[in-house]
Write a protein that binds this ligand. Structure first.
Ligand code: APR
Length: 234
């Protein structure tokens, strides 16, 4: 890739965190094979049984708090530190591995496991502790209105204003570790492509929107992303 890029967008999914030991959603033993999405990841489930949903994320927090970034996350920092281009990361992941790897310009469009939002006053705060439906909001002091700041199916994504700004301008779109089945994130590559970007997909296998990518690099992101970064920096 001798070409010099000016605006790189990296879309990441659960696959970039797999080598940090975190479960993906749709693999054989994935999160959605052991839980019903309808019970823990929809706004109806939360309204129906908030503490069941809180417990699902309460159990997830310690593992995500302990998880360490892997060479894929670290490769992004190397690119951001050495490549003269705007590099933004749009992540579907709720873990904080991009931040732990010191990646910059990270946009969590599906929210974050260590953030809580108050449905009464909109206050968002960070915690790695358990949250229940009895807890009070630290800002408005109302109890029973706290929700993990995670985007449930049926809710709007976060930072879409930023996404709408970045995609039309990007000249290189790199998708890492996402199955490309959940919209609107799965449609981002199409916007980038139609805006003239080169598109690259890093995954263990061909994905459902693979026809939209100019290039496919098969293999674990912990190996393929560092190689791609070295190619870009050459
Ligand atoms: N390196 C690269 N890719 C990998 C690796 C790896 N080490 N391990 C797994 N993958 C790939 C899988 O082949 C799969 O295509 O990562 C992808 C993970 O796909 P999903 O489990 O569907 O996760 P994701 O695409 O992030 O899901 C998107 O769906 O449930 C919602 O909100 C949730 O953000 C999530 C969204």
């Amino acid at each position: 890739m001798a070409k010099v890029y000016r605006n790189i967008v990296i879309l990441t999914g659960a696959g970039i965190s797999a080598e940090s030991g975190l479960a993906t959603f749709r693999s054989a033993d994935g999160l959605w094979n052991n839980h019903r999405v309808e019970d823990v990841a929809t706004i109806e489930a939360f309204e129906r049984n908030p503490d069941y949903v809180h417990d699902f994320y309460n159990q997830m927090r310690p593992e995500l708090m302990a998880a360490k970034p892997n060479p894929a996350h670290l490769a992004i920092t190397k690119l951001q530190n050495n490549y003269c281009s705007k590099i933004n990361i749009i992540t579907q992941n709720i873990d904080t591995l991009h931040e732990k790897a010191n990646n910059q310009n990270v946009w969590h469009i599906h929210g974050q496991i260590n953030q809580i939002v108050c449905l009464n006053c909109g206050h968002v705060y960070e915690t790695w502790s358990d949250v229940s439906s009895e807890d009070k909001c630290p800002q408005c002091q109302i109890a029973g209105m706290l929700k993990p700041n995670i985007v449930f199916f049926g809710e709007n994504l976060l930072y879409m204003d930023k996404v709408d700004e970045l995609l039309p301008k990007c000249d290189l779109f790199i998708s890492v570790g996402t199955s490309g089945v959940v919209y609107p994130a799965a449609g981002f590559v199409q916007i980038a492509k139609f805006s003239g970007a080169d598109t690259v997909e890093l995954n263990m296998e061909q994905t459902s929107n693979n026809y939209l990518f100019d290039r496919h690099i098969l293999g674990p992101a912990g190996s393929t992303l560092p190689q791609l970064v070295d190619e870009l920096l050459a």
